[in-house]
Design a protein around this ligand. Structure first.
Ligand SMILES: Cc1cc2nc3c(=O)[nH]c(=O)nc-3n(C[C@H](O)[C@H](O)[C@H](O)COP(=O)(O)OP(=O)(O)OC[C@H]3O[C@@H](n4cnc5c(N)ncnc54)[C@H](O)[C@@H]3O)c2cc1C
Length: 425
């Protein structure tokens, strides 16, 4: 092990500087004297930049920024960003229902530039624990910092099912790579292209292809229809601290069932994006005499192989097997948890449940053997304990406030959600 005597020491280290840890650092630095350092493998504060196609919109209100839900006078509010960057009036008058994703990304960069101790280009490959000292984070084999507490905010990464992973990568790739492949693909816009995955990333890829002039796009989704988010007031009551508290009082199996039942409130398409697609597809049908986008719901694409210049996709439908031959396949089938870089010794000390998942407590801390006052928190890893909102931006500051209160052992932030018409239990 390298020498650790001169290492910078922090109250907390955050692995990942995505919105989750940015919110935590912004709130901690504003209200306390404690310091936190964030380490991120990315070169800058870009946010899902590969998926930033023209015209894409947020799925959440601009009021769900990094700080306002618990600290509305914080200088890193979205409103302050608009005023400071002279874009308030232009944005208001543009009358967006939801803001462009590019605007949220700019807001994140602006906020990140005002938060101390964010270290980009620093992949953390291991975090270990030394008795009576604390956590040590290592990047490329060398220690970079040590701390009292640890916060994992490593987010997610795109999934590629094994059956689709063996196709040639220049013709079958994740949606994050579509923009970089488009110049080559555009040599023949009549080439058949499949977009695999009926979620938001899928519809945005289809729209990008349509906008680039492609005329033979097959959009394949697993569900029986291309389902939109339930954005009703009642569905939105699930995205409240009161609902998270309600879930805490239930058994693990009941919680899991309720969280799965709530999927249509979040794991689905934005209605606006689907409408844009239907209208653009209709317009092109008037122009070309046929719909350039064929919607193929109820297809589970299980395998893909190359056959000369073609890719052959095997699907199961409700009652039969089906084959689609295309030139390109864009894979947009969802995301999986990014690995948390615990050392083997530290991982062995974490409590796990009967499914092998780490146990996340109400304050987002993880139970582990020998913690002795040193806490580990996990962000975006508590879907089945804290509900579907855990993976979203909607309650970021609330979660960060709960973590800070827990780290400091007091009510630094008040988290209140008392007034509502719904009685959950
Ligand atoms: C395209 C897209 C749009 C979305 N839009 C919305 C929306 O409008 N509203 C909403 O509520 N939710 C949205 N979500 C869901 C969710 O809010 C986001 O995924 C959000 O980015 C989660 O924040 P995070 O900080 O937990 O993770 P991430 O944003 O994924 O950040 C994790 C960070 O950790 C870094 N990292 C990972 N491992 C390491 C390591 N070992 N060492 C160092 N750094 C590491 C990564 O580089 C990354 O910067 C969207 C998701 C996607 C993919």
């Amino acid at each position: 092990m390298n020498d650790t005597t001169e290492l910078p020491r922090f109250f907390a280290i955050g692995i990942g500087a995505g919105p989750a840890n940015l919110s935590l650092a912004a709130l901690l630095q504003h209200r306390t004297e404690e310091n936190i350092a964030l380490f991120d493998k990315s070169s800058d504060s870009s946010w899902h930049s590969g998926l930033l196609h023209p015209g894409v919109r947020m799925q959440t209100s601009w009021m769900k920024d990094l700080v306002s839900l618990v600290d509305p006078t914080h200088e890193l509010s979205f409103l302050n960003y608009l005023v400071t960057e002279s874009r308030l009036f232009a944005l208001i008058n543009s009358q967006f229902d939801v803001i462009p994703r590019r605007e949220y990304m700019r807001y994140l960069s602006w906020a990140a530039s005002k938060i101390n101790d964010i270290h980009y280009n620093t992949p953390i490959d291991e975090v270990n624990f030394v008795e009576n000292e604390g956590f040590y984070a290592y990047s490329n084999g060398s220690p970079v910092a040590c701390s009292e507490h640890l916060v994992m905010g490593v987010g997610t990464r795109p999934s590629v099912p094994a059956g689709l992973a063996t196709m040639p990568q220049d013709r079958a790739f994740i949606a994050d790579d579509l923009a970089s492949h488009l110049p080559d693909m555009s040599a023949d816009p009549s080439a058949p292209v499949a977009v695999i995955g009926g979620g938001q990333t899928g519809v945005e890829a289809v729209l990008r292809l349509l906008g680039a002039g492609f005329t033979n796009i097959k959009w394949l989704g697993r569900r029986q229809w291309f389902q939109t988010i339930d954005d009703s007031p009642a569905a939105n009551d699930i995205y409240r601290p009161a609902h998270q508290q309600f879930l805490q009082g239930l058994t693990r199996s009941t919680r899991k069932r309720l969280v799965e039942e709530a999927a249509p409130t979040g794991d689905a398409l934005t209605p606006g994006a689907l409408r844009v697609l239907y209208q653009a597809n209709y317009d092109r049908m008037l122009e070309y005499g046929d719909f350039p986008v064929k919607l193929l719901p109820g297809r589970d694409v299980t395998e893909g192989q190359a056959d000369g210049d073609e890719l052959v996709l095997q699907c199961t439908t409700a009652e039969r097997l089906e084959e689609h031959r295309v030139r390109y396949a864009i894979i947009a089938v969802g995301r999986q948890d990014a690995p948390m870089p615990f050392s083997v010794e530290l991982r062995d000390r974490l409590d796990v449940d009967e499914d092998g998942d780490i146990v996340v407590d109400e304050d987002y801390s993880v139970r582990w053997k020998g913690m002795n006052g040193h806490r580990i928190y996990v962000l975006n890893r508590a879907r089945y304990s804290h509900g579907i909102a855990d993976a979203n931006l909607t309650l970021l500051p609330v979660r960060a406030a709960v973590v800070i209160n827990s780290m400091l052992g007091g009510e630094i932030f008040a988290v209140r959600d008392d007034l509502g018409p719904v009685q959950w239990d």
